[in-house]
Design a protein around this ligand. Structure first.
Ligand code: T46
Length: 136
């Protein structure tokens, strides 16, 4: 069963000492998938959202390692917006969840871990197609 969208925000342990902070994220321990791809977005423009699509199979784990942004997730039944504003906070976006990243701070670096290699065919970019697949 899919995790409710209001429970997909995870607080990771901060391994800090007098030298500073460190956060470790391991496949199968902190995130429920094997990591096949890592990408990050930065230098975003004010009022320009990213994402606005869903994936057939790709699962993602998003972390604002610098700055902040908001992520609105929509599973076709409910829509929940989460604030990512700390580097030890991560957000799990399952497959077949529509995701929109928005309200980026100018210094935001949004790191994304994914369970699949990049494949354009895995993207669902039309919201009506997304809803159709969900109801089929
Ligand atoms: C997501 C948000 C946060 C690649 O070649 N490899 C990749 O792994 C990715 C993610 C993208 N690309 C290419 C495809 C496009 O030509 O980079 C270009 C920009 O990608 P896109 O328009 O998908 O960027 P966003 O910011 O709208 O979405 C991306 C991810 O696609 C998406 O899954 O959650 O970042």
């Amino acid at each position: 069963m899919r995790t409710p969208l209001n429970q997909v925000l995870k607080k990771n342990k901060v391994l800090g000492d007098e030298r500073g902070q460190l956060v470790a994220i391991e496949s199968g321990i902190h995130i429920p998938f094997e990591i096949k791809r890592v990408f990050y977005i930065y230098g975003t423009q004010p009022n320009v959202p990213r994402g606005q699509h869903s994936h057939h199979k790709t699962q993602q784990y998003l972390i604002a390692v610098s700055g902040s942004c908001q992520v609105t997730l929509d599973d076709g039944k409910e829509k929940v917006t989460h604030l990512l504003d700390q580097p030890h906070i991560g957000l799990f976006q399952d497959a077949m969840v529509w995701g929109t990243m928005h309200d980026f701070s100018p210094d935001c670096v949004l790191l994304v871990l994914a369970n699949e290699h990049y494949n354009d065919a895995d993207y669902i970019r039309s919201y009506s197609e997304f809803k159709e697949i969900l109801s089929s």
